[in-house]
Write a protein that binds this ligand. Structure first.
Ligand code: ATP
Length: 361
């Protein structure tokens, strides 16, 4: 029995990627469909890091093809490729970095650095090449959280990032003495961060996570204007005051044309380690309500958890220390949502155009 090509396409189109909610045919991700006798094969390239997703997606696609009368053999070649997506107009990309994701918060102490570290590890666990730029001048904690020691080597041109849990790390905390940066004035901070960003030899990074200084002052505004940011993630806790500050964070990025990838609610609920009872100490649903009000995505919530704190503060964040825990699964789900949202953004075309230098001579 010969196969009906239209039926094959319809069957393949009925398969929905659970991560994007879209099919692979109308999004043109399915390519090179070959049919020979009773065999079909095709390629699917996902736009987000998907090591754990390849096998189930391959299975769904092959099952769909095999359900078509006349198809006896189906081979789906599924892989992923992360490309550079657009940033603010007129801001050039950093060499060696495809996408920069700013992790920000309206106020300090909400768990921004912990979230940034775990998201970096979650993206890396799915096969992405990840960098971590710790720009938190007021409390650079990434060297501790990512477990890196020493200073980056400088070859006269650029600094070599340190490697922690497979992630390329550089931090303002590795460049200055403890406490020194806090007394710098705004322009000095901006200059130091600019240098840190541009003079680090990032090696073919798919996602550079930037742990931003907390707040929405001049330094933060300047980074969000000058750095090529693909999108921003806002971390908040559920208290009204933190939510109010988070709103300011959203407004700051929107003002400079950086898309908000979504909101992460940290320390959303307390779960008793003895009996499992859950208590919304700071009120329930605040992050979600704020996300709805501001029409941004609610990416997920993390509980107030002793293990999250202990693991991050001891240099092995939860995603690496306890990959089978519920908290690690939440971080991975949030990271996947972020990567999918980045993949949906327009491609960066700036590298296609030559830079025009006007010379007066
Ligand atoms: N979900 C959580 N449960 C328990 N403790 C947490 C959680 N998230 C973060 N912490 C802890 O709270 C403290 C502050 O977290 P973190 O440094 O990530 O916050 P931050 O917002 O980056 O702060 P800063 O304003 O200093 O940049 C750390 O000790 C961290 O381990």
């Amino acid at each position: 029995m010969s196969m009906d090509q239209a039926a094959l396409m319809a069957a393949l189109q009925s398969v929905i990627d659970p991560n994007t909610g879209k099919d692979f045919v109308s999004t043109k991700l399915l390519k090179n469909l070959r049919a020979q006798g009773a065999s079909v094969s095709f390629d699917v390239t996902l736009g987000y890091p998907a090591r754990s997703q390849i096998a189930p997606i391959r299975q769904m696609l092959e099952d769909a093809a095999l359900s078509v009368p006349g198809v006896q053999q189906a081979t789906a070649n599924v892989d992923f490729k992360i490309i550079a997506h657009s940033v603010q107009r007129g801001v050039p990309l950093l060499p060696g970095v495809k996408n920069m994701i700013a992790v920000a918060s309206g106020k300090g102490g909400v768990g921004k650095s912990t979230t940034a570290a775990n998201l970096a590890l979650a993206l890396a666990a799915e096969g992405a090449r990840v960098g971590m730029l710790d720009a938190d001048i007021y409390g650079p904690s990434q060297p501790t959280m990512m477990g890196v020691h020493g200073s980056p080597e400088h070859d006269g041109q650029a600094m070599q990032p340190l490697i922690g849990h497979g992630v390329q790390v550089n931090s303002i905390g590795l460049m200055v003495k403890q406490g020194q940066a806090m007394i710098w004035r705004g322009p000095m901070v901006t200059q130091a961060l600019d240098q840190l960003m541009r003079q680090t030899a990032w090696h073919d990074v798919d996602y550079l996570i930037v742990d931003m200084p907390p707040g929405t002052g001049d330094v933060q505004l300047s980074i969000s204007q000058r750095a090529p940011v693909t999108g921003a993630v806002i971390v908040t806790t559920p208290q009204d005051i933190a939510l109010m500050d988070a709103r300011r964070g959203i407004a700051m990025f929107e003002k400079v044309g950086v898309p908000i990838l979504g909101v992460v609610e940290n320390m959303a609920v307390y779960r008793c380690t003895q009996c499992g009872h859950e208590e919304h100490i700071f009120g329930a649903g605040g992050g979600q309500r704020m996300a709805e009000e501001y029409k941004v995505d609610y990416l997920g919530g993390l509980p107030l958890s002793l293990s999250i704190r202990e693991q991050a503060d001891s240099g092995c964040p939860t995603v690496a220390a306890a990959p089978d825990s519920a908290e690690a699964a939440t971080y991975r789900a949030i990271a996947r949502r972020i990567a999918v949202k980045v993949a949906e953004q327009a491609k960066d075309y700036s590298s296609r155009f030559p830079t025009i230098t006007v010379s007066n001579t």
